[in-house]
Ligand binder design. Structure first.
Ligand code: DQA
Length: 149
C-alpha cells in the first residue's frame, strides 16, 4: 500500500512551534517515523508539506491513480478551505484527516472542519500517533467503501 501524507501550513515548524501543543519533535522526525511505520508494515509512505493552499491541492490531485490512500493534516486550512474540500472530492483516493492536537479543546474556530466531509474519517488529539492510526486503519482493509467520497 502506498500512502501520501500531506501536511499543510506551519507543520514544517513542528518542534519549534508551540511545543506545549504539538510536542518537541520536528517535521523531519515525523516523516522518518511515518516512513518507518509504513515500511514495518510492508507499505510505503511519501511525505509532502506546504504552506501554500495551491500546492496542497496539487499534491491531492497528483495522488490520483498513484497512491492508495491520503493522510492529510491541512493545518489551519482545515477550518476554511473549500478548495481543499473540493480537491479531496475530486480524486478517487480515500483520505483520513489527522490533527496532532485535540482541536475541540482549543479555540472555537478550530472546532469546525470544512475538509473532513471529504474524508473517510478524522483523528485528532493523539499527537504523531494519529498518522499511524490512520495508516493502520487503511492497512486493516476494513475501509467502508460506502463511506468513501
Ligand atoms: C492542527 C490544528 C489546526 O487548528 C492548526 O491550525 C494547525 C495544526 C493540528 O494538527 O492539531 O496548524 O491541524
Amino acid at each position: 500500500m502506498k500512502f501520501l501524507i500531506i501536511n499543510g501550513p506551519n507543520l514544517n515548524m513542528l518542534g519549534v512551534r508551540e511545543p506545549g501543543v504539538y510536542g518537541g519533535e520536528s517535521y523531519e522526525q515525523l516523516c522518518q517515523r511515518l516512513k518507518a511505520y509504513a515500511a514495518a508494515h510492508g507499505a510505503e509512505a511519501d511525505c509532502v508539506q506546504s504552506n501554500y493552499e495551491g500546492a496542497v491541492i496539487d499534491a491531492i490531485h497528483g495522488a490520483n491513480g498513484v497512491y492508495d490512500a491520503i493522510i492529510i493534516n491541512p493545518g489551519a486550512f482545515t477550518h476554511y478551505s473549500y478548495a481543499i474540500l473540493d480537491a479531496l472530492k475530486s480524486v478517487r483516493v480515500p483520505a483520513i484527516e489527522v490533527h496532532i492536537s485535540n482541536v475541540h479543546q482549543r479555540e472555537e474556530f478550530r472546532h469546525k472542519s470544512v475538509t473532513a466531509a471529504a474524508c473517510v474519517g478524522q483523528i485528532c488529539g493523539l499527537g504523531f500517533y494519529g498518522y499511524e492510526a490512520a495508516m493502520s486503519y487503511f492497512l486493516s482493509g476494513t475501509l467502508c467503501r460506502g463511506a468513501q467520497i
